[in-house]
Design a protein around this ligand. Sequence first.
Ligand SMILES: C[S@@+](CC[C@H](N)C(=O)[O-])C[C@H]1O[C@@H](n2cnc3c(N)ncnc32)[C@H](O)[C@@H]1O
Length: 469
Amino acid sequence: MNFYFEAAKTLDRLDAKQGSIKGIIATLPEKDRKRSAALVIETLKFKAVLSEVISKADLLKEERKVSSVSLALVLVHDLLLARGIQAGDGPIKQAILRHKTRLHGEFQKLKIKKGATSNEQLANVGDERAANIPRYVRVNSCLTTVDEAVKHFASRGFSVGDPLSSKKAYAKDEHVPNLLLFSPSISFQDDPFYQSGKIILQDKASCFPALVLSPLAADESLVIDATAAPGNKTSHLSALMQNKGKLFAFEKDRKRFTTLKMMVAKAGCTNVRPINSDFLTVDPLDLQFAQVTHILLDPSCSGSGIVNRLDHLLEKEDEDDSSEDERLEKLAAFQLVMIKHAMRFPKVNRIVYSTCSVHAIENEGVIKNALNSDECRDGRFRLAPQNEVLPSWPRRGQLNVLDSPGDACSLVRCSPGEDATNGFFVSCFVKAAETSVSKRKAIAETVGSTPKRKKRKKSQKQGTTVGLT
Ligand SMILES: C[S@@+](CC[C@H](N)C(=O)[O-])C[C@H]1O[C@@H](n2cnc3c(N)ncnc32)[C@H](O)[C@@H]1O
């Protein structure tokens, strides 16, 4: 039962605003820390529903042994949503079990009232900013078209409207082609289009990197996704490349690599070559990769921009005992090494670096260090100008960290709570000698410009420029 007391105490400390979830969890006894963290996070996800069930069942009024709301929350969580209460028999467990039937009944009634077909749909997955982030659905053009998807959603009763005011409304995104917006409460887990890979659930900001990289849809295209799992950006790149050329997708973690392989297979990405390796060990002069021209780098980061998930706190838990600052410094150092390694590929002329972090140290700080590195000296690489990087997206990089306002304008930021996305950061390095703005103009995005698809003559063997059509 001690484990439940610790978890309840953690919830009380969070309520009393005594620190962040991560900070408070770090103070728990190491023995049960991971397990307690999981219970706390899961209970927080379902807090609204569990509170209502506990109140409707009059649990706290009838059972004095259950001494606090938090204790009731964690115990009822395990009773209703896990494998039962994991503690030996005792008066507190007995008190909860006496109300088992009533608690289950109230839970089922609430589920019906909310129209939920699974427990997950009852989760309140983050802070209140998440309520203003639509459920983004990217139509996977490797397997279907927007028209086909729209017909499908119409048959499910959806029509064009404001998805934040109506559960039956959807809208097309104004910035990202093939992206649809739905109400945040809609679940697509059972949707046949989701199950068959025709649609992919991907936050809007996370669609920016592939768009900014905008590789050619051509048989000779050679692209690397250096840090690919679970594979959302990989499948997006593959779709933009119209499944042509070759897209090498590196993932160093074996388990995540399995997910990546499953994801690209399900999404019908036939031009992807998943590789279970550390990108840093890849020789840029290896004949397989020496002709690569585009690299996407979306490396591990603090995840501090993610507001609609609590789980990332758990993933990071126990990974590193150092202070938050030290952790960020380590991440920033690793991110810089990744960028510098990407710059060593002899033919690379476009590198997109992105994070889902809101910390300047992982974003503008890393960019500044990359620009001052040996790899960038003599102007070998510079930041692509604003008109190549989502030109009319209003939120740009933080000027105070960078050396010039132009550099800040080259960068894209998304602010959770203000941009209807998770917190995100996108940058794009281009090889100075080989870029010409005119060549790239009009392909960086549709924001504020007429959508265009530039076709090059087949005889030029350059393929089709893709990305923002
Ligand atoms: C932020 S996630 C990438 C998310 C992915 N781009 C997507 O959109 O689905 C970072 C991934 O990079 C992997 N990774 C970290 N360092 C790596 C390295 N040196 N080489 C290859 N993969 C790496 C991590 O295991 C993790 O799966």
